[in-house]
Design a protein around this ligand. Sequence first.
Ligand SMILES: *[C@@H]1O[C@H](CO)[C@@H](O)[C@H](O)[C@H]1NC(C)=O
Ligand SMILES: *[C@@H]1O[C@H](CO)[C@@H](O)[C@H](O)[C@H]1NC(C)=O
Length: 355
Amino acid sequence: MWSSLITPTFLFLSFFSVELAPNPESATDENDSYPPFWDQINGDIAEFPVQNDKTIIDPSKYIDRLRMYKILIEKSNKYFAGLGNNKTDNVLWTLTIFYGKLYEGDRLSDPSNSSVCAYDAETPGCVSINSGWGGINFYVIVLYFLAAIESEFLKDLPYQVELVSQEEYRSDFCYSIAECRASYPQAMDTVNRFFKYLMSREVTYIIKDVPYYNIDEDTVILYMWEAHQVGIDIATSKFSDVSFYSSETERDFSLDFLVTVEFLEAALYRPYFEIGTELLEGFPHRLLTDQDRIVLTSNFNIREKAFMTSVKLISKTNKLTGGAFFTIWNKVMNLKPARSLARFLTNRLLLIPIS
Ligand SMILES: *[C@@H]1O[C@H](CO)[C@@H](O)[C@H](O)[C@H]1NC(C)=O
Ligand SMILES: *[C@@H]1O[C@H](CO)[C@@H](O)[C@H](O)[C@H]1NC(C)=O
């Protein structure tokens, strides 16, 4: 029955992609895509300080969160031989690149004073406990990292890991496996599943000394996005209030963006380095102010405008249909060809200006 709904869904998408304008600036500088300070850390847990026989990770430091991303990427790289455009890609890249974008756009700064925890090109800065994006990102990276330890994907660590907790909003965060598991057992299971899937893979062949694992691309991407979404679900219930954002426009954009991400996730959006970089090129490079509410008149570049307009449109359409748009979309996305088409079309939708 639901198959009759495929047509309206794709009509919706193709309506916005009939005129496939060429990508105005398709040559992205790859080095710019890495998060700030990426090449100054090495993805080794020994880089964190040790105190009283414990590895101390402080999530209020930009660099500490970045180190967690890099450790996960380094440890999981071997499973992804054969995937992505360059055949050595990692499904955790888009989230990692996005984290860098948040920092560069001052979204980890304090909403009431954006010079507190502002982006600094010289010295890695902090993540304000008052930042909504900082809180949302906390639940993404911290759940991934703790689940990686819990599932023993990260094992033989030299010391037990301790996350530095902050007094402010103490009950809004969980700072250890025990705490996170007690508060969010299902979420922890979902994130564990991603790592357990990786660990269950076996080398099926070796070419030129490179081992290839029997990884199913759709499965691993599904588990990766589901793990991401459980963190988002916890966080959006806590950090939706406008006080966590620099403006109401910024808050609304953030929530609309997270709705759009759910659409991309359902299509098993490819979270590889190049694809993620290209997608996020339209992510607004600075905090939105209330004067930016009418996106088309504000001084963002063409890609950013396209991105923001589409994000708003997708979220608005979903709201107007009482969530039916997503329900239908999600069902249609059970079909593999529909997912491929949807990935193609959503890319166009997010990248091409709608005039
Ligand atoms: C493939 O992409 C990864 C991630 O960007 C990069 O580290 C690696 O150097 C690339 N490999 C090739 C052969 O381009
Ligand atoms: C914002 O923070 C900076 C740096 O801490 C400080 O110098 C400045 O006075 C603050 N501005 C306001 C309006 O509080």
